[in-house]
Design a protein around this ligand. Structure first.
Ligand SMILES: *Cc1c(COP(=O)(O)O)cnc(C)c1O
Length: 400
């Protein structure tokens, strides 16, 4: 079958909840992916940062195959010999005493919200079912009813109410707005250290630190959604570390499996995560031995192969080089590590057509929020490959 035939089948039989570029991928290796016509592309999306370790990392693959042959799923009704090691290694790397594994990012966010509410009732003594959670405009925390309840993107929520109560939204990057929104019933502030889906929005320096301080003073939990920014993407293990902040709860997902499998987790210390009691929360696949083995290997290669430091180095270089491109279309280049956004002027006709032109030049990137092209290649990218991409990006951005 050729590209057009695959596209026709997909359009006929699949729900149209995505608007993908018309490229049909069939294999990947490192930073590269190949389509069914065997054309090669640099992956500058990395599956929204799920593939920080690069496509089909051999060590993660090996761990996955080994475990798949032995015991992929045991259920949490019994114990398995991978999960304890996953817990221990995650704790050592993250600095949190405990974790709770789930599958998708949205599920882990839901878990963190349940945890924050439980903490509010049990520890802070907020009257039952009155806990409030503060979120930020432009957020992206997933697609469940609850996570779209506090989305500010009309398209994500318009036809999906009624919504989950107990959330309020303040402008992103505005410390005072958070301070003003806190009441005695506030359980938590949920925040992305950099808004990825919101258009690669980097908040003002000191923002997260000040939010953490306000949370501490008011006995409010700070929950960081590091599903996209975590695990090296911004040049540190967690993006919050750029500000020296250690949130009470951190949520990770995506690259926790190197793209092989959905694995997510909620991280916190015992005094918070220890509040869950048996039967209150769970997931058939959460913490299964295959996920744990894949998660362990994904974390190991990230650290052992220096990917986090590489993200810092290559990100700084990539941003600096992008800033030098003279283009009538570019409004701003911004980013942290290898989470980079190029915002285009409104008159430039939207980012999608530029993504299509990049595709023709062998680079896959995806627009976010109509006017922003996101560049977020796997963290194993080297300078030679960045230098290969730059003239192609320049040429594209200089097109009429
Ligand atoms: C992708 C993402 C999620 C949702 O993760 P899923 O695995 O798609 O459910 C939540 N928060 C952020 C910041 C994300 O980037």
């Amino acid at each position: 079958m050729n590209t057009q035939e695959f596209i026709r089948l997909e359009d006929q039989y699949g729900a149209h909840n995505y608007h993908p570029l018309d490229v049909v991928l069939t294999r990947g290796e490192g930073v590269w992916v190949y389509d069914v016509e065997d054309k090669k592309y640099l992956d500058c999306l990395s599956a929204y940062s799920a593939i920080n370790q690069g496509h089909v990392h051999p060590k993660i693959l090996e761990a996955m195959l080994d475990q798949a042959r032995k015991l992929p799923l045991a259920s949490r009704a019994f114990r398995n010999d991978q999960l304890p090691l996953f817990y221990k290694e995650l704790s050592e790397l993250s600095g949190y005493q405990m974790s709770l594994p789930m599958n998708s990012g949205a599920e882990a966010i839901e878990t963190a919200l349940k945890l924050a509410r439980k903490w509010a009732y049990q520890v802070k003594k907020v009257p039952r079912h009155q806990a409030e959670i503060i979120t930020c405009a432009g957020n992206f925390h997933g697609r469940t009813i609850t996570t779209v309840s506090f989305s500010t993107e009309p398209h994500y929520r318009d036809d999906f109410g009624p919504f989950t109560p107990g959330f309020l939204t303040v402008p992103y990057g505005d410390v005072e707005a958070i301070a003003a929104a806190i009441t005695p019933d506030t359980a938590a502030v949920l925040i992305e250290p950099v808004q990825g889906e919101g258009g690669v929005i980097v908040p003002p320096a000191g923002y997260l630190q000040q939010v953490a301080e306000i949370c501490r003073k008011n006995r409010v939990l700070l929950i960081a959604d590091e599903i996209q920014t975590g695990l090296g993407r911004t040049g540190k293990f967690f993006a919050a570390q750029h500000e020296g902040v250690r949130p009470d709860v951190t949520v990770i997902g995506k690259a926790l499996s190197g793209g092989f499998y959905p694995v997510s987790a909620v991280l916190a210390d015992r005094e918070i995560l220890g509040l869950f009691t048996p039967g209150e929360h769970g997931s058939t696949f959460g913490g299964n031995p295959l996920a744990a083995a894949v998660g362990r290997a994904s974390l190991r290669v990230l650290v052992e192969e220096g990917m986090i430091e590489n993200a810092a180095r290559m990100g700084a270089y990539f941003i600096e080089q992008l800033e030098e491109i003279l283009s009538p279309h570019v409004k701003e280049v911004r980013g942290l590590g290898l989470l980079i956004g190029v915002e285009l002027n409104q008159e430039s006709g939207g980012a999608r057509r530029f993504c299509e032109m990049l595709q023709a030049r062998g680079i896959l990137a995806k627009e976010t929020h109509d006017y922003v092209i996101r560049f977020a290649p796997p963290l194993i990218i080297d300078r030679t490959i960045v230098d290969w991409a730059l003239p192609r990006i320049r040429e594209t951005l200089q097109m009429a």
